[in-house]
Design a protein around this ligand. Structure first.
Ligand SMILES: [Zn+2]
Ligand SMILES: [Zn+2]
Length: 337
């Protein structure tokens, strides 16, 4: 394990534990510094004990680097591996074992912290057969949403990566913003070229209920939209769910074959249980998605699996238990092409 490997793994573990504080930032900085150094300089400094003279390297990261170079156990990492495991119930494990993919995740192209390749390699390590890359759309400027040009470039890059990563597959996609009137933040031409489209509300979450219902139903009925992302927009303890009439929204999801996302982010866990129950009763499809913005966050699916098990989501209605070709056939059937 090289120092870069060790530091990357530390950051991965801190991310999966949802540590967003000082510690994670410090290790990310150390990693950036180490990446700029030659192996010779790194070895020299480790020997002379001058690693901490460098910007961004503190006592903990210096120790990780030294232990990695020594070729033995990296004690800090061993401890972290054990402490940051994402727990899962036996019932949830049945769902997790059935998952072949993650259908909502971000890369550095928008507001994610990792490259597409790093996300894909982690997905492979987690046992996935494929993943859908869903960076943000242009309206979300704070998240560096992708213009049509950048999205086309990304699709081309994914094709190259797919050749290297086969048989693993990266399906193309986007998390497209649902605009205030229920139209989408990208046109038909580009959306029809993507494999999977997740549509989410990210702004004007406090709209009056009737208008929000119309907005969501319109988006759900759009033939390009395959998955409704984090439907209530709630952030647990910080932001209440949006108001909308779930009968209309879930009936539309069932009618137009738009899956309801079970979002696994710990601050979202969206939809809340009573809404999830309604969506099951309406006969909706589902997708258990990490919405990961870092490699470690790809390990968050157990949270959604536990909820799905608890509420009795029919396993055969979970899109990401299907092989990629079955999913693609389903999305094509909907868009008619
Ligand atoms: Zn989102
Ligand atoms: Zn997202």
């Amino acid at each position: 394990m090289t120092p870069v490997d060790a530091l990357e793994r530390v950051v991965h573990c801190l991310d999966r534990a949802h540590d967003t504080g000082f510690k994670t930032k410090a290790f990310v900085r150390a990693l950036e510094t180490v990446r700029t150094l030659s192996p010779e300089e790194l070895a020299q400094r480790a020997k002379a004990d001058t690693l901490t003279d460098l910007d961004g390297i503190g006592d903990s990261s210096a120790k990780v680097i030294q232990q990695a170079l020594a070729g033995g156990e990296v004690a800090y990492l061993t401890d972290l591996e054990a402490k940051t495991q994402v727990p899962i119930t036996p019932a949830g494990a049945v769902y997790r074992d059935a998952l072949r993919a993650d259908l909502h995740l971000h890369s550095r192209w928008s507001d994610g912290g990792a490259t597409i390749e790093a996300m894909a390699r982690t997905a492979i390590d987690l046992g996935h057969e494929y993943m859908v890359l869903t960076d943000h759309s242009p309206r979300l400027t704070v998240a560096h949403g992708l213009s049509q040009e950048r999205l086309e470039q990304q699709v081309a890059d994914v094709a190259v990566l797919n050749e290297q990563l086969a048989p693993f597959r990266i399906l193309t996609g986007i998390e497209v913003d649902i605009l205030e009137d229920g139209t989408l933040d990208h046109g038909d031409a580009i959306l029809s070229q993507l494999d999977v489209v997740v549509a989410s509300v990210h702004n004007k979450l406090r709209m009056e209920g009737k208008a929000m219902t119309e907005r969501m139903v319109r988006a759900v009925a759009n033939p390009h939209v395959d998955i409704l992302g984090h439907c209530t927009g709630r952030l647990i303890g910080k932001r209440d769910p949006s108001s909308f009439d779930p009968d209309y929204v879930f009936a539309a999801c069932a009618q137009f074959h738009t899956a309801v996302e079970i979002n696994c982010r710990p601050e979202r866990l969206d939809p809340p249980r009573p809404l999830l129950q309604m969506a099951i009763e309406y006969g909706c499809f589902f997708a258990i998605n990490s919405d990961a913005h870092a490699t470690g966050q790809l390990e968050w699916q157990p949270r959604g699996c536990d909820r799905a098990a608890q509420m009795g989501v029919p396993l055969d209605r979970v899109l990401n238990t299907w092989p990629a070709d079955q999913l693609l056939a389903w999305t094509c059937e909907r868009t008619g092409g």
